[in-house]
Ligand binder design. Sequence first.
Ligand SMILES: Cc1cc2nc3c(=O)[nH]c(=O)nc-3n(C[C@H](O)[C@H](O)[C@H](O)COP(=O)(O)O)c2cc1C
Length: 134
Amino acid sequence: MQKRLKQVIYVSEKTDKSSDSLTDIYDISQKNNSESGISGCLLIGSDSYLQLLEGPDSEVKKLYSKIEMDSRHKKVKKLFEQHIEEKLFPSWSMKFAPFKNIEWGNKEFDAGKFQTISAAAALKVFKSIREMIG
Ligand SMILES: Cc1cc2nc3c(=O)[nH]c(=O)nc-3n(C[C@H](O)[C@H](O)[C@H](O)COP(=O)(O)O)c2cc1C
């Protein structure tokens, strides 16, 4: 039987804006996520992150607890958590999406500040990215 899949979306505020930090996160994500069956998308804003994590229930929980304690960001706020039948980003260990040149019709969001986004809007953003990358 296939393991139950969970999807989590959270938003957070950057504490470390260096590109080295992002490279480190990228490297560890590709390595760990491919081993644990996690996929997803990390949207990189000017001062914030919006990340969708999906994969086996227990792996997503474990990763989220690690991410929550990571000092490279703060104010980690879970927007929602749900069981899913199918992944949105099955072929991406972690798609890194720099937030540029995309307009969503919300001034703050368009400035790369994601903190006030609603759960529904966040999911919509990821679905649009999914459509864009095919
Ligand atoms: C915004 C952000 C996103 C992250 N995304 C992931 C991820 O998708 N996968 C991952 O393994 N670590 C991710 N990390 C890093 C974890 O917080 C943690 O440092 C890492 O998983 C530790 O891996 P280790 O237990 O193998 O040392 C992320 C960190 C930040 C700040």
